[in-house]
Design a protein around this ligand. Structure first.
Ligand code: C2O
Ligand code: CU
Ligand code: CU
Length: 464
């Protein structure tokens, strides 16, 4: 092969890659968005709270007058928001009312391996379990979803996903929008393809490199629109898609502020006009609508796919929410940690069924790494570039919020300066991250393209 052949091959591989990503339709803007319900606690007192979370099947009216078969937590489709506070003791009763195995994984939560809900913690149909933990993390937007071996992609696709909010005293003082469903709004982005009779047929749409769909649902609503007062709003965006990444901006070109990433608040807001969000990542942004002249602005993906028309009502002056003056967080990476040698190397490689981590596929009986509880280690994670193949891999670690030291030797951009549990790497990119596990147990690390995870692009670490 000479250089030109290589170039051509590269080109056809790229084309192939594009073909596998289904084109996303714009929202017709006909259905008003719903904020998911807040889950009612079974019991609550000053420092403890308990909930029941039930995985179930049902039917949802996603399209007018049509019943679509779905999965959900405590509901027909998707799930409620669970709110817990830092310092609280939390008990969650888990019930599997599905006709198949599932697990309840708390993505981004620092809990012990027993409670984490990875592929080891299977509940069979009809089984239930109880987990208990104390929340030690700061305010953040986390989420939960199933994690059974080879079935995660399908179960999430059918509707199993929900948000887990951690609140804390510190952030309650911040002058930022925080009224749920009013000026503090979650957006769960998920693309799906429906069959002609409007069913979610996973087998028909599944792609080994990540299932993408032509229809974007936000909080389970198809063709969504959002109607709000002309004020400052906070959007907590979760990319709950199997594979698609989103690049979002507003069609009037206005800037907005990112205030939080996966694991909580950034030190200070970052002003930007565009934001990228890979599978499983969360970003929180503050959008100032007070000065917008138009009656409708559109939240747009890539160049021209409107994912959410936002209709503006009268203006409400909330100047008290106009400025963030104090630091939102005080994260730093000590020079001592920055100087540490890399002690774990992760190589992400391949496509489709041949995806691997360090040349191996997930084996439940193999422990790939060990690390001591609370010890900080530097991991180097590389998306290995191959002449023919290449795609982004969003790399995720359970039971920890890590910090990015560098990407390709350079200091990370602002949006990666906060706590992360997932980092998307382009082909050839290499990240150094500082990883600490506050609890003990066996945890997964994996690519969060759900079909890659199901294809074994996953390993496990034992923390003791
Ligand atoms: Cu979102 Cu292994 O998890
Ligand atoms: Cu996770
Ligand atoms: Cu991957």
């Amino acid at each position: 092969l000479d250089r030109n052949d290589m170039k051509n091959m590269d080109h056809s591989a790229m084309n192939m890659e594009h073909e596998t990503i289904t084109e996303l339709k714009s929202s017709l803007g006909v259905n008003e968005l719903n904020a998911p319900k807040l889950l009612k606690p079974d019991q609550e007192d000053r420092d403890s709270i308990s909930y029941t979370v039930r995985a179930q099947q049902g039917t949802a009216e996603i399209f007018d007058g049509i019943k679509t078969k779905t999965y959900g937590y405590n509901e027909d489709f998707l799930g409620p928001v669970i709110r817990v506070e830092k310092g609280m003791n939390v008990t969650i009763h888990l019930v599997n009312d599905l006709k198949e195995d599932t697990t309840f994984h708390w993505h981004g939560l620092e809990v012990s391996g027993n409670e984490d809900g990875g592929p080891h913690n299977v509940l069979k149909p009809g089984e239930s379990d109880t987990i208990n933990f104390t929340v030690k993390q700061d305010a953040s937007t986390l989420w939960f979803h199933p994690h059974p071996m080879h079935k995660t992609g399908e179960q999430v696709f059918k509707g199993l996903a929900g948000l887990l909010y951690i609140d804390d005293k510190n952030s309650e003082r911040f002058d930022i929008p925080k009224t749920y469903g009013d000026d503090d709004y979650p957006l769960i982005l998920q693309d799906k393809t429906f069959t002609a009779d409007k069913q979610l047929d996973y087998d028909k749409t599944m792609n080994e490199d990540g299932t993408t769909g032509d229809t974007l649902l936000i909080n389970g609503v198809v063709d969504p629109k959002l109607t709000v007062d002309r004020k400052k709003i906070r959007l907590r965006i979760l990319n709950g898609s199997n594979m698609r990444s989103y690049t979002l901006h507003f069609d009037n070109g206005m800037a907005f502020q990112q205030i939080a990433s996966d694991g909580g608040f950034l030190n200070k807001p970052i002003t930007t006009e565009e934001i990228e969000i890979a599978p499983a990542e969360r970003v929180e942004i503050i959008v100032d609508l007070t000065a917008v002249k138009r009656d409708v602005i559109n939240l747009v993906h890539q160049d021209a796919t409107t994912i959410l028309p936002i209709h503006l009502k009268e203006s409400i002056d909330n100047p008290q929410k106009a400025k963030i003056t104090e630091p939102l967080n005080n994260l730093e990476i000590s020079s001592q940690v920055k100087r540490k040698k890399v002690t774990k190397t992760i190589k992400l490689a391949g496509m489709g069924k041949s995806v691997t981590i360090n040349n191996e596929k997930y084996d439940p009986n193999r422990i790939d790494f060990t690390q001591k509880q609370n010890e900080v280690q530097v991991w180097e994670v590389e998306n290995v570039k191959d002449a023919m193949e290449g795609m982004n891999h969003p790399f995720h670690i359970h039971g920890t919020q890590f910090q990015v030291i560098s990407i390709d030797g350079k200091e990370p951009v602002g949006s990666l300066s906060g706590l992360k549990d997932t980092i998307s790497l382009k082909p050839g990119q290499k990240a150094k991250i500082a990883v600490k596990f506050p609890e003990k147990g066996i945890y997964m690390f994996h690519c969060h393209i759900l079909e890659h995870e199901d294809n074994g692009m996953m390993g496990q670490i034992k923390v003791d």
